[in-house]
Design a protein around this ligand. Sequence first.
Ligand code: KIV
Length: 288
Amino acid sequence: MSKYELDTATSRAHPTPAPLRRKTIPAIRARKADGTTAEPITMLTAYTARQAQLLDPHVDLLLVGDSLGQVIYGLPSSLPVTLEMMIAHGAAVVRGSWAAAVIVDMPFGTYEQSPAQAFANAARVLKETGAAGVKLEGGAAMAETVAFLGARGIPVMGHVGLTPQAVNQLGGYGARGRDAAEAARIIADARAVAAAGAFAIVVEGVVEPLATAVTEAASCPVIGIGGSARCDGQVLVTEDMLGMFERVPRFVKRYAELGTVVSSAAAHFAEEVRGRRFPTPEQTYQAK
Ligand code: KIV
């Protein structure tokens, strides 16, 4: 990894990222053997090239999540996110990274209709971004699609539990699997997606014992979003863990308070400009 450097003049990794030098999907899948993962898998969301550059040395997987709808575009949910948006951000993240495997979310309405629809759109994602695989939401109902894509060269990460694209069906973003019947369904979903060949599964918005049970039930790595320390890996939305928003889900640990840093830097800039203290005479001189 240390062979690569950031070229801050061009914002590109140097040398140019080479797909086959990255962590591979089979290597990530193999991290869980005989039901256990010696070293937990790390994944963070990334939506831009510069963000990818900064995160890439530290994580196994970069997820271009459809959460970009809310985080980048200020949309009320991920439902309006389009394939074109995912492709544009996916390509940027691939350009800005060189070691992590990049996974791109399939947005709502681009894969649910049929395995053939999913293949056509997922193939576009891989062709036009250079990503290593796609993620799609859903359990048993999506198993046929997961197998169809896998058999045709497209690695799939599953996503069970709270599936935000189904917010209208679920009635909100509350935790799932609180009653025994739903908990059993979520475990069955994870089993079905793993049996269909998913290389990993995200489990979102479930209580700790259920996240542990899903991890034990699935043959492939299970990546929790705040679920349980016993999951095979963890993912967070990067802006959440960086403290870019005042409110974050309860399970999110804030590793920084960048929202406050950005806001006070902007206030400082505006104050200096209004007071005609910026640019300083020295800076004006240097710029000439
Ligand atoms: O869209 C996203 O960012 C995700 C993560 C929360 C797992 O799916």
